[in-house]
Design a protein around this ligand. Structure first.
Ligand SMILES: [Ca+2]
Ligand SMILES: [Ca+2]
Length: 575
């Protein structure tokens, strides 16, 4: 913990005269509501700099005979964090390798409580390294109110106790870096948990110094509809804004103190060697009104400034989730997820011509830093790939080969590499977040020694790591082969995207970096296809990198014909 971390934790005292404070007393389970005298807050000059930190100065005397009962609201750690060591023991360009999106709760349980944890994840780093993964995106690992997905953050500078401790996270970061893997954390910047100390303070009274760290109105605002829901929620002291749900109130990100708080939080983790962040829901950061709450310029500017925080450090990486404005945030964030590509790839894999064309075109205009993926932890981005493609291994290979060889930074959703299915007995997003299938054990999938907190995937019997390891034609082996190409060919990891074309159901393109040139051909069709390339160097030599064992081909006057079997891909070195 940085030097200053505990030096200015601010405690706020509030009178319990009003109903709101009584409710807070009740919610906190504090018995101290019945009396006691006020004492000075630990720091009498809280955030806003205005009077009223103690609450005792406002409200006017009611002329009562006794002192008002007082409750001590929880302190908020808003201490400043300065830039620390900027070094990162990762190679330059590490972020051009593939990431694994990991839900820690479901990855590996180390202590037999049925819940995944950081020590469990550390024990699987060798697997991830062997697979060829160069980065990990950990879904939220902070103490959370939901104690599931983690997106209702209660504390930004600590680790969920079910997952372990800060030192466990440090150990993970160190052990991952030793394997050439950077760790980025999910950072939830739009909202906190309702149980976050700042919101407990904010809702206690209108004059609480943290009041305007959130968005409040006295009366219910009209005409608001955020993706089908009314985002204002009634509380005893007013109406507060929460775009997602009542238990996740939105921060007031226009307030400089709130932005500074988040920047300090980011530095807290960057100073510990965390390699960067995945920022959640950045389209919804700052609102300008009922018809202007999504993708406002102020939100992009906010993220641009967050990028500035990371730029004070070496080789850090950040990526944003902005589902309906991927390219708009690519610049502001440095990298944003391609939510307009994943369904196109799965459509191409099914042989749909419009989707093949769209995939071929994509990186002609998209930022080369775009983060690609097939599926993630949210159903709005699609079901598990196995479910979407009917469990067809050939099609899953085609989908993987498509995005793992394109420009950008690919994000593999944990278990995707073994064709892990959703849970068949769960209807919501949780179906996508089942325990990792390490073995065919129908109770715990090798994820734990006991019954896991959530049921396992529906296809654990067939699609698990143990069954696929050592099998040359497995989906796992294919992912490993594609990642090896990405990790050993700089042109594929970070080269240009040149001369894309579509011939029939075949998509082709070149990846070029310096003298190294790679040619990728993907046949999405149900028949074998012959592809004619016409403008190669006159005596170009094409050697096949994948699949292995094919003869070298030479161009004749810059022209060559290549055969691609149905639903397969071919990668060649061209020189
Ligand atoms: Ca555990
Ligand atoms: Ca917001």
């Amino acid at each position: 913990m940085p030097r200053a971390a505990m030096s200015s934790v601010r405690t706020v005292l509030v009178s319990c005269r009003c109903l709101a404070a009584l409710l807070v007393c009740a919610a906190l389970g504090l018995g101290a509501c019945g009396g006691g005298s006020s004492s000075s807050p630990a720091n009498p000059d809280p955030v806003g700099g205005s009077a009223g930190a103690s609450g005792g100065g406002s409200g006017g005397g009611s002329g009562g005979a006794s002192n008002p009962p007082t409750v001590i609201l929880p302190p908020v750690d808003v201490s400043a964090v300065a830039v620390g060591s900027s070094a990162l023991p990762l190679p330059d360009g590490w972020q051009n390798g593939a990431f694994m999106q990991v839900f820690v709760r479901s990855y590996q349980d180390s202590d037999g409580d049925g819940i995944g944890d950081l020590r469990g994840l550390i024990s699987r780093l060798d697997y991830l390294q062997d697979l060829g993964i160069r980065g990990l995106w950990l879904m939220p690992v902070h103490p959370s109110q939901d104690r599931d997905h983690g997106y209702a953050v209660k504390q930004y500078r600590n680790v969920e106790s079910q997952y372990g401790s800060l030192s466990d996270l440090d150990a993970l970061v160190t052990a991952a870096a030793a394997r050439g893997i950077g760790v980025i954390l999910d950072y939830v910047v739009n909202h906190s948990a309702a149980d976050h100390p700042a919101f407990i303070n904010a809702r206690a009274a209108k004059d609480n110094p943290y009041r305007n760290w959130y968005l409040w109105q006295d009366a219910a605002p009209t005409n608001w509809n955020v993706f089908g829901s009314y985002p204002w929620h009634q509380d005893p002291t007013g109406w507060y804004y929460a775009a997602f749900r009542s238990q996740m109130p939105d921060w007031n990100l226009r307030l400089p103190a709130v932005e500074a708080f988040h920047h300090d939080n980011l530095r807290f983790w960057l100073n510990r060697g965390v390699a960067g962040f995945r920022f959640d829901a950045v389209g919804l950061l700052i609102e300008n009104g009922p018809n202007a709450f999504n993708n406002q310029q102020e939100s992009r500017s906010f993220m641009q400034r967050a990028q500035g925080v990371l730029q004070a450090y070496q080789r850090r990486y950040m990526v944003c989730e902005a589902p309906d404005d991927s390219q708009g945030y690519a610049l502001a964030c440095g990298s944003a997820f391609a939510f307009d590509l994943n369904a196109r790839i799965l459509g191409a894999v099914r042989g749909q011509a419009a989707d093949i064309a769209a995939v071929s075109r994509y990186f002609s205009t998209a930022a080369p830093s775009t983060a690609t993926f097939l599926a993630n932890h949210n159903l709005f981005a699609g079901d598990r790939v196995w479910n979407q493609l009917g469990g067809d291994t050939m099609l899953m290979k085609l989908a993987a080969g498509t995005y793992l060889l394109l420009p950008g930074t690919p994000f593999v959703y944990y278990g995707e590499e073994i064709g892990m299915a959703a849970a068949s007995n769960i209807g919501d997003d949780a179906r996508l977040r089942t325990p990792m299938s390490w073995t065919n054990n129908s109770l715990h999938a090798g994820f734990s020694s006991t019954s896991p907190y959530r049921s396992v995937s529906s296809n654990v019997a067939t699609n698990n790591v143990q069954a696929q390891q050592g099998q040359a034609d497995s989906l796992l082996a294919f992912y490993k082969a594609m990642l090896k190409l990405r990790n050993t060919r700089l042109s594929i990891a970070r080269g240009g995207y040149d001369k894309p074309f579509v011939q029939g159901a075949v998509m082709g393109y070149f990846r070029t970096l310096g003298q190294e040139r790679s040619l990728v051909l993907v046949n999405y069709g149900a028949q074998a296809a012959r592809v004619t390339l016409t403008d190669l160097p006159a005596a170009a030599v094409l050697s096949t990198l994948w699949p292995q064992g094919l003869a070298t081909t030479s161009a004749n006057a810059g022209q060559v014909e290549l055969e691609i079997p149905a639903k397969s891909l071919r990668v060649l070195d061209v020189r």
